[in-house]
Design a protein around this ligand. Structure first.
Ligand code: GRF
Length: 224
């Protein structure tokens, strides 16, 4: 009998809702998915994402934050004890201690709801609307010390609609996040990512040929 392939052990850090955690849990429910979630850590005891971990039977805990450094060293110890080989930030709303970022260098990923490097930091969807861009999206990237920076693994492009508000645009981007994050973790788990300076090469992956236009076509003028 063929031995089952070892799955990459993933630790997930959350602060809130946990819908991206749920997307990873759902992906990992497929036995063919090459990664499993071994630990979920929250910095907030009331984070709804903790219940998602509990429901899926995944070890989960809240860590106090007396200081940024103490949270990081507790998280580091718990992750190592869990056997985590990759740490995925999924709506983790704190800046991580630099020593933690360095300790997990190239094994620490984040998802951000914009096409980085545009709109780093808080409220990227609001920033996109204020800038009037026709497209935004989401990015999964390796984490470096500067906020929302680091080699980009994968991105999804999402159109901005004329009647969007922050909630509508966020919802459209979130639907793409839920597809992008499991894909990026899979690529990592399959050993297909190699980092060169600030860029990531992906083996055996194709980029789309198409260009998207927004507006996609000019509507007939009302006056015409
Ligand atoms: C997502 O939009 C993620 O990109 C950002 O924070 C949000 C977290 O949402 N970093 P959830 O907790 O995964 O539902």
């Amino acid at each position: 009998m063929a031995r089952p392939r070892a799955q990459l052990k993933v630790g997930v850090l959350i602060s809130g809702r946990g819908s991206n955690l749920q997307a990873l849990i759902d992906a990992a429910a497929d036995p063919a998915y090459p990664a499993e979630i071994v630990l979920v850590i929250s910095n907030r005891p009331e984070a709804p994402g903790l219940a998602r971990a509990a429901h899926a039977g995944i070890a989960h805990r809240t860590l106090a934050e007396p200081t940024r450094a103490l949270f990081a060293s507790e998280a580091d110890a718990a992750l190592r004890q869990s056997g985590a080989e990759l740490v995925a930030l999924a709506g983790f709303m704190r800046i991580l201690d630099t020593a933690f970022v360095e300790a997990w260098r190239d094994r620490l990923v984040n998802i951000h709801p914009s096409l980085l490097p545009a709109f780093q930091g808080l409220h990227p969807q609001r920033q996109a609307l204020a800038a009037g861009v026709r497209f935004s999206g989401c990015t999964v990237h390796f984490v470096r010390a500067a906020v929302d920076s680091g080699p980009i693994i994968a991105q999804a492009v999402v159109p901005v609609h004329g009647d969007d508000d922050e909630a509508r645009l966020s919802e459209r981007i979130l639907a793409a996040e839920h597809r992008l994050y499991p894909m990026a973790v899979r690529l990592f788990a399959e050993g297909r990512l190699s980092i060169r300076d600030n860029t990531v090469a992906i083996s055996g992956a194709a980029a789309p040929e198409i260009a998207l236009f927004n507006p996609s076509q000019a509507l007939a003028s009302a006056a015409g």
